[in-house]
Design a protein around this ligand. Structure first.
Ligand SMILES: Cc1ncc(COP(=O)(O)O)c(C=O)c1O
Length: 400
């Protein structure tokens, strides 16, 4: 099928929940993708922080092919080798003692919310199940996770929402302190707010939050669905700080594009998830966990995360130059590793579209922020190309 045929078919049969760009991608390799008409694009969005190893990394594709021809799915009623090996690796690379696998970020956060409530009820006291979350946060689109999310736009039309969430401003320890009551069991927070506009808190925010949670004997849950798997220059973003969380959620880049989510926790907490307390048919099946295992082994063996901070600094230095050149179009630049945002003074949608017309894929977040989340394997030449295209796009925008 050509692009036009795919657009027509999709518009006719796919639920209208996405306002899609006129683009149908059919092939990818590294930082490049191709549309159905053979046009090549530079992908600096990576499926929104998903394809951290680039598209179709040979090791991940080989692991999927091999596993797909051997055993794709069995029930979690049985032991699953790649699942156990992946859990071991995740625990070795983090604070965790045990892992619960699922299929997406929202499901990982659902599991975290359920586990925190169970822990609160069992350990802190009957009915102690309220969770504090942050304004402008994003935790997913299921009923519990959209309720946890601190953005009204994802809740519209879905009332009644769940009970049990309290919202405070991000990066405000005093506000969390005030919000904790005798009903609170946990604080849920993204180390860097992604969908909220690539918002970084003060460097000591997580340390202070951890101290507060310890003092008040409540759990600290980190949503690392977007910040995890090397995106910010550490395997998990909390590793930039001095703390460990009680629960951490992961998804997005965990399978480099193969859908998989995970909830990691310490033994002290996860022991409250006993037999029958939570389950999923597909979560952690042999195919998904083989893909994720190959992803993590490749990240480790090729020392990819170690290069992220330097690459991020090159991108930010380039954006700073653009900001100096186009001060009337641009605003603040924020980022950690290769999770980067630049506020714009013109509609971000126009810039994203203009980039697409020049065969560069970028994204948007928050109110009006240009979002760059390229594959972590992006090279210096590709970074230069991205910056050059952005410069051309800003030049054109200035003329309008
Ligand atoms: C921080 C964060 N949490 C949760 C989610 C939801 O993940 P999923 O779309 O896989 O359900 C996202 C997705 O963007 C996210 O960025």
């Amino acid at each position: 099928m050509n692009s036009a045929e795919i657009f027509t078919l999709g518009d006719k049969y796919i639920a209208p929940t996405y306002n899609r760009f006129p683009l149908a991608l059919v092939k990818g390799e590294g930082v490049k993708v191709w549309d159905a008409d053979g046009q090549e694009y530079l992908d600096c969005l990576a499926g929104i922080a998903v394809c951290n190893l680039g598209h179709c990394h040979p090791r991940v594709s080989a692991a999927i092919s091999e596993q797909a021809s051997r055993l794709m799915h069995v029930s979690n009623l049985y032991h699953i080798e790649p699942q156990a090996r992946l859990a071991e690796l995740l625990c070795e690379m983090s604070f965790a003692d045990k892992v619960f696998f699922c299929n997406s970020g929202a499901e990982a956060n659902e599991a975290a919310i359920k586990l925190a409530r169970r822990y609160g009820d069992a350990v802190l006291g009957k009915g102690r199940t309220r969770i504090i979350t942050m304004q402008h946060s994003f935790h997913g689109r299921t009923m519990a996770t959209l309720t946890a999310t601190g953005q009204e736009k994802v809740k519209t039309g879905y009332q009644p929402l769940l009970e049990g969430f309290d919202y405070v401003p991000f990066d405000d320890i005093e506000a969390v302190t005030q919000a904790i009551t005798e009903k609170t069991c946990a604080v849920l927070v993204e180390p860097v707010q992604g969908e909220g506009g690539v918002i970084l808190p003060a460097p000591d925010y997580l340390d202070r939050l951890r101290r507060l949670c310890d003092e008040r004997e409540i759990l600290l849950i980190l949503d690392e669905v977007q910040t995890g798997i090397g995106r910010t220059g550490k395997f998990f973003a909390y590793q930039h700080s001095h703390i460990t969380p009680d629960i951490l959620t992961s998804a997005k880049a965990l399978g480099n594009g193969f859908p998989i989510g995970a909830m990691l926790a310490s033994n002290r907490v996860i022991r409250h998830f006993g037999f029958g307390s939570h389950a999923t048919t597909f979560g952690g099946n042999p195919l998904a966990t083989a893909a994720a295992l190959a992803t993590l082994e490749t990240l480790r063996d090729e020392k990819i995360v170690e290069q992220v901070t330097e690459k991020g600094a090159i991108v930010i230095a380039g954006l700073e130059k653009l900001k100096a050149e186009f001060p009337e179009l641009t605003g603040n630049i924020r980022g950690q590793g290769l999770m980067i945002g630049m506020d714009l003074a013109i509609p971000v949608g126009d810039i994203v579209k203009a980039c697409l017309e020049r065969y560069l894929l970028v994204g948007s977040a928050g109110n009006n922020t240009l979002r760059l989340t390229p594959p972590l394997v992006i090279g210096k030449v590709e970074i230069e190309t991205m910056l050059k295209i952005l410069s051309e796009v800003f030049s054109d925008a200035r003329k309008k």
